[in-house]
Design a protein around this ligand. Structure first.
Ligand code: SF4
Length: 405
């Protein structure tokens, strides 16, 4: 058991609280989910904001709320429609969990939204942070919502003896700060307090740089007064980045693009002298479609091409291939997944639009053009009505649209 005293303490807490809240009231951004006290809208915003910036989230939130304005509408939707609307936002497990949680609320709780943090936390995909944020903002419950930004601010404000703090292991440090975070939440404005701490961490009290002279709570801050801002939290050892090369195949026919279903294996091929880092995509993008991809190869250099291997894997009728047809490099983009720094090469092949495509490549079993019939699962989807795709594929397609390739 760690005793937070005397390692941590607050300098003049009531004034600190008043200063921080007053600063937040001045800088608070106009955000659409702040316009009302709609608990459902706050919930959707908090899930979207995880790992994603506010600027990115705003248009996604607006489209999502237009399409699914109530928890009932979300619960009644097909998962593929929810994922389609989430397409481009990344971290799709958030969308699947949100959808599953909406179904719990509607089907098991008769549409009654949770009325406490504890209840929120029992829903799929809602952990301590999200439950704290939703309950404090939407229900005004006096509970903390401590993300990495808030945790850094709290540590700098409260740690009085940095050497002692540095001697604790990371779990002990986090527990100490989270306990403080819970203790410091004011009863009369818990939501604003939580948002103010996070905003301070995002705008002024950065991990690499803190703008202390502009900070509204500098007179209450141990780190500023002791001039050891950079020491708390202790700098992390950066994880070494791993360079990866991936080829994406963009096969077009008329206004359609060839997609492969979720968990498709990579396009087969051998790449002598190159180490394969990943050839199993099963758990990478569950529920999402993608462009066909090669395995992930170590390094950023382009391997020898294997057009013939990929042609035979596609197994399309010969007449669709114009005599000059060949894969060409449409361009490159970069993408990061955890420690992997990917250089993605988009290889494009345009099939002869004058030729008809066999029905099995373009027709759907449902008639909605969403579910492919083809035995291999390959499917020429209309660009304007494609199934939900992974972020990696979305980048490849946007790259195409942005550059007009
Ligand atoms: S004074 Fe500096 S270190 Fe302290 S909370 Fe403000 S920005 Fe962060």
């Amino acid at each position: 058991m760690i005793d937070p005293q005397p390692t941590c303490s607050a300098i003049g807490r009531p004034v600190l609280t008043a200063n921080l809240l007053s600063w937040y009231a001045d800088i608070k951004r106009d955000l659409p989910w702040r316009d009302s006290c709609d608990l459902y809208g706050i919930w959707v915003s908090e899930i979207m904001l995880q790992q994603t910036t506010v600027q990115t989230v705003v248009p996604f939130w607006q489209r999502f709320m237009e399409r699914f304005p109530t928890v009932q509408a979300l619960a009644a939707a097909a998962e593929t429609d929810v994922l389609a609307l989430w397409s481009g936002l990344g971290y799709y497990s958030r969308a699947r969990n949100l959808h599953a949680a909406a179904r719990v609320v509607v089907h098991q709780w008769e549409g009654e939204m949770p009325s406490s943090r504890e209840q929120w936390q029992s829903l799929p995909g809602i952990g301590p942070y999200a439950s704290g944020a939703i309950a404090s903002i939407g229900l005004l419950e006096r509970v903390p919502a401590v993300d990495a930004n808030a945790r850094r601010v709290l540590a700098r404000l409260a740690v009085a003896q940095p050497a002692e703090f540095a001697g604790l292991n990371p779990a002990q440090q986090q527990k100490m700060i989270d306990d403080l975070g819970a203790d410091w939440v004011p009863a009369d404005s818990p939501g604003d307090w939580n948002q103010a701490l996070m905003e301070l961490g995002a705008l002024l009290c950065g991990a690499r740089r803190a703008h202390c002279p502009e900070c509204p709570v500098r007179n209450h801050c141990h780190a500023w007064q002791g001039q050891w801002v950079e020491q708390v939290p202790p700098p992390k050892t950066p994880t070494a980045a791993v360079p990866v090369w991936v080829g994406q195949l963009l096969v077009t026919w008329r206004d359609r693009i060839l997609l492969v279903p979720p968990a498709s294996p990579p396009v087969p091929g051998s790449f002598p002298g190159r180490k394969t880092l990943r050839a199993d995509f099963g758990k990478l993008h569950p529920g999402l479609w993608g462009l066909p991809m090669t395995p992930w190869l170590a390094g950023h250099q382009t391997p020898p091409w294997q057009s013939e291997a990929w042609r035979s894997w596609l197994d399309l009728p010969e007449k669709l291939w114009p005599s000059s047809a060949a894969f060409r490099v449409a361009g490159h983009f970069r993408h990061g997944i955890t420690k992997y720094r990917m250089r993605v090469e988009v290889l494009q092949l345009d099939l002869d639009p004058r030729q008809e495509m066999p029905a099995r490549w373009v027709e759907s079993e449902t008639g909605s053009n969403r579910i492919p019939k083809a035995k291999q699962g390959l499917f020429f989807a209309p660009r304007s009505a494609r199934p939900p795709v992974s972020k990696l594929t979305d980048k490849g397609l946007h790259f195409q649209e942005d550059t007009g390739v």
